[in-house]
Design a binder for this molecule. Structure first.
Ligand code: COA
Length: 349
């Protein structure tokens, strides 16, 4: 890390440096984005919460100190998802994401270019700030940050043209990349007008203090246009507002419980699965005691198919994929299928 750090401002390395979340306040303030067409152009390009000693704003993620700080928050958090640490992912997958997606280089140049990178921070002393939480929100409502490991930053409206659904997985043309996944139909993959969110993380040192709730509430109160209009909230900053209907998340299975606690709702029938083939075996799955478990047991541990038996969505809407629910229930009971992601939504109004 040190050699790479010395020569590159945003290196493509696994960044487990906890102290990177501390940055000079001057650098943080300089990284906030000022939106020239803001309806309140003379306001500061961030929001302060005096009582809590906090501030939040959209930063330029290519600022090296910011990229490293955000990378550190995300990388240290994802480390816990390794199965050797009791998490749900093989170490090799985690390390690929840590290197390619959430390294300082990834934060600065991959999804960050298509998203608003929000940072919540607290003042440590007169000159130092600590980044305590972050979230990436797609600027455009049609952006999908990732679609399998092979596509980043695609637009939902052109998904069928952008994505080669017939591509081979490797050298054998008979073995197709997309045969390894069961997804909703491309046209229905994303709910229209919802902003894709990713990288929603609270620093490990600050978990369990309701900070994620505070962050989310602040984001909605100060940046979600329709909610602000509905509640008569003034625009207190000179940054962008979020003009979509809500947030949309493609979430790892263990996240569903926490996201539901925060007010996100499951998008019914939008689950995706890995499909195992002789030529594409899936890595062994371990439970939190380290014992090997089957795909079926894994699916069941996240309530599938039971969660869909004899119930209807709490908030019925056209955004759910109700007609796909039977297919999800069938997949959940297919020994070759392993739950990959849930989708969740959060409505601004
Ligand atoms: C999920 C996360 C953002 C929550 O942040 P936090 O500030 O510690 O959470 P809060 O203290 O604000 O708690 C918010 C709610 O979530 C619940 N919650 C938090 N962590 C949880 C967990 N690991 N499992 C289940 N529920 C959890 C809390 O009980 C609380 O619900 P309640 O108010 O009804 O009791 C944080 O744990 C984190 O960064 N996790 C790793 C990354 C991640 O999973 N991100 C989510 C998907 S992008």
């Amino acid at each position: 890390m040190d050699a790479a750090r010395a020569t590159q401002p945003t290196p493509r390395v696994i960044n487990l440096e906890g102290d990177d979340r501390f940055v000079p306040t001057e650098v943080l303030r300089g990284a906030y984005i000022h939106y020239a067409e803001s309806q309140n152009p003379s306001a500061p390009p961030f929001v302060r919460f005096e009582a809590e000693g906090m501030e939040m704003g959209i930063v330029r993620s290519e600022v090296p100190e910011i990229a490293r700080g955000v990378s550190s928050l995300l990388t240290r958090s994802l480390e816990d998802a390794k199965d050797e640490h009791g998490g749900h992912l093989p170490a090799r997958i985690v390390e690929r994401v840590q290197t390619d997606i959430i390294s300082p280089h990834g934060v600065a140049h991959l999804w960050g270019t298509e998203g608003h990178r929000f940072v919540l921070s607290r003042a440590v002393d007169r000159t130092t700030s600590e980044m305590v939480a972050t979230i990436l929100v797609a600027r455009r409502k049609g952006t999908i940050f990732f679609f399998t490991g092979r596509y980043n930053n695609i637009r939902h409206s052109t998904i069928e043209e952008t994505v080669d659904f017939d591509q081979p997985a490797g050298t054998n043309p008979e073995q197709k990349w997309f045969a390894q996944f069961a997804f909703p139909r491309p046209i229905q993959f994303k709910p229209p007008a919802f902003h894709h969110i990713a990288n929603f993380v609270v620093a490990k040192e600050h978990r369990g203090k309701r900070l994620s709730r505070f962050f989310l509430d602040a984001l909605l109160a100060k940046y979600a246009r329709d909610r602000m209009v509905a509640r008569g909230n003034p625009i207190e900053h000179s940054q962008y507002l979020l003009c979509g209907r809500g947030f949309w998340q493609i979430g790892d299975p263990p996240w569903l419980v926490r996201m539901e606690r925060l007010g996100f709702e499951l998008r019914w029938g939008a689950e995706s699965f890995f499909l195992e083939h002789d030529w594409a075996p899936l890595p062994a799955i371990h439970d939190d005691q380290g014992r090997c478990i089957s795909n079926l047991a894994y699916n069941r541990s996240f309530g599938l198919p039971e969660r869909y038996e004899g119930t209807t969505p709490a908030r019925p809407s056209e955004l759910h994929l109700l007609e796909r629910v039977p297919e999800v229930m069938r997949l959940a009971q297919d020994p070759r299928a392993k739950l990959q992601y849930f989708q969740t939504m959060f409505h601004f109004t």
